[in-house]
Structures are given as structure tokens and as C-alpha cells.
Write a protein that binds this ligand. Structure first.
Ligand code: DGL
Length: 260
């Protein structure tokens, strides 16, 4: 394995670019391949078996492209498939899970909200983590049904989105949460809208920076950080409409449409 090989990153769609951006900003020398499986989005309503099958397809694609590490930039795929992937592929995996721990440790109102997909909220891994940190704390879980579809279809800042969020936030506000955990990598793109809708004392938490840090730690421990200061090769691949992916990345990268 050479340190010049790319970091492979995949998501059910364009949301994992929120993680790609953190990785690219922390590790600007690294070559990266980002895979948006948008044709199969959302993963959140699929069965565990289907999520594993799609995660295998994405993993094998990235391994065949010569990636040195795979970042699963999707909470739904991590919570349902990372154990299977780690057991079956000889490559390091970094996953992402809702950041319950910092919210649970810092809440003053003893109530935190979690917005995530059905697939994440119903996973064993998520239950294991919530069990660890839920003592004395109310955790208000909310499925973000429909949010991923709106983002994937370019309706991030729409009235439809605002109405959905109003419905999803209401029970959390009634329970006086002071932390909102974003448990899906599409949701950081909602932060501008959420910040306007939520009282200012509510802290919005996402795990993007932590995932980038962890990627750096693991690469360093394996002596796989790319020391080169040449411009890195960044490939962004989508098997669906590339226009939305381009927009969400402010047209800053080359996006290619590819069947996979
Ligand atoms: N970005 C994925 C996640 O973090 C979205 C899941 C979906 O496709 O429903 O869970």
C-alpha cells in the first residue's frame, strides 16, 4: 500500500460531501475519490440486508480504484454495514455515527434531540451507543423522513423543507432540548436553515470534523499520510444527476457521471 493512493469516501448520495469537505480541508495533500450512490438514495428506508449489499458494491468499487482507506460518509451505512465490511475486507474503514456522547455529556436541560434516518435509529449500533449515554437524559429521536429526497432533488432551501423541519423540531422544542444531533451526513447542509429556526441556545452538533480527525489519526498510525505537496487528484463520482452535486459543492470540483 502506498501513501499516494487515494482516500475512498462513499455515501448514499451527495450528503457525504459534508465529510469530504472536512477531510479535504484537514488533509489537503490527500488524493480522494468520492462516490455518491444517488441512484439508490435514500438508504434510510431500506432493509439492513439491502444497505449491506449497496455498501459492498461501493466498497468494492473503491478498492478496485486502489483506495488505501475507506470512509463511510453515511450514518445509515455505518450503523448497518460497518461490522460486515470490517469482517470481510482487508482495508481500514472509518465510519460515522450520530454524536450522542458530546450532546449527552454537555446538556444542561437533560434533553437532547437526534434527527437521523429510520435505518440509523433502528440499528443495533445506535441503540448500543444511546444505552451508554442515556442515563438521566431524555433523548428525543426523530426520523428525518423525506429530507434526503429533498436534498437529492435540489430542494435544500425550499418551503417544503422548512415545513418538514418545523414538524420534526416541534416535539424536541416541547421537551426543551439544548442540543440537536445531526445523525445523517446530508443534514449539515440544513444548518443555515436550522439556525434560523432554532432558539440560539440550542447547539447543533455534527460529526464531520471528528471523522476527518479520525481519518488522519488512522492514516498516520499506518504510515499512510501522503507527504506530497503536489495538487491532489480529487474525483467526485455520481451515478445520478451531477447538477445537484455540483451546486452543493459550489462548482468547486470536477464531478463526473458514472454508472456503478
Ligand atoms: N447520508 C446518509 C446518512 O448519513 C443518508 C441516508 C439515506 O440515504 O437515507 O445516513
Amino acid at each position: 500500500m502506498s501513501n499516494k493512493q487515494p482516500i475512498g469516501i462513499f455515501d448514499s448520495g451527495i450528503g457525504g460531501t459534508s465529510i469530504f469537505k472536512e477531510i479535504h480541508s484537514l488533509l489537503p495533500n490527500e488524493n480522494c475519490i468520492y462516490l455518491a450512490d444517488s441512484i439508490n438514495a435514500p438508504y434510510g428506508n431500506k432493509s439492513k440486508e439491502d444497505i449491506i449489499k449497496l455498501s459492498i458494491k461501493n466498497t468494492e468499487y473503491l478498492i478496485n480504484k486502489g483506495c488505501k482507506i475507506i470512509v463511510i460518509a453515511c450514518n445509515t451505512a455505518t450503523t448497518n454495514a460497518i461490522d460486515y465490511l470490517r469482517a470481510n475486507y482487508n482495508i481500514p474503514f472509518i465510519g460515522i455515527e450520530p454524536a450522542i456522547k458530546p450532546a449527552a455529556l454537555n446538556t444542561q436541560t437533560k434533553a437532547i434531540g437526534i434527527l437521523a434516518t429510520k435505518g440509523t435509529l433502528s440499528s443495533q449500533l445506535f441503540h448500543k451507543t444511546t444505552d451508554l449515554y442515556s442515563e438521566g437524559i431524555k433523548i428525543i429521536e426523530q426520523e428525518g423522513d423525506g429530507i434526503v429526497q429533498l436534498i437529492e432533488s435540489g430542494q435544500l432551501n425550499s418551503n417544503k423543507m422548512k415545513s418538514l423541519l418545523e414538524i420534526y423540531l416541534k416535539p424536541m422544542l416541547e421537551q426543551n432540548i439544548d442540543h440537536l444531533v445531526l445523525g445523517c451526513t446530508h443534514y449539515p447542509y440544513l444548518i443555515p436553515m436550522l439556525s434560523k429556526m432554532l432558539p440560539s441556545h440550542i447547539k447543533i452538533i455534527d460529526s464531520g470534523r471528528a471523522v476527518a480527525n479520525q481519518t488522519k489519526v488512522v492514516l498516520a498510525s499506518l504510515d499512510l499520510l501522503n507527504p506530497s505537496s503536489e495538487n491532489p487528484k480529487i474525483e467526485l463520482l455520481s451515478n445520478s444527476d451531477i447538477a445537484v452535486l455540483n451546486t452543493i459543492l459550489d462548482n468547486k470540483f470536477n464531478v463526473t457521471h458514472l454508472k456503478f
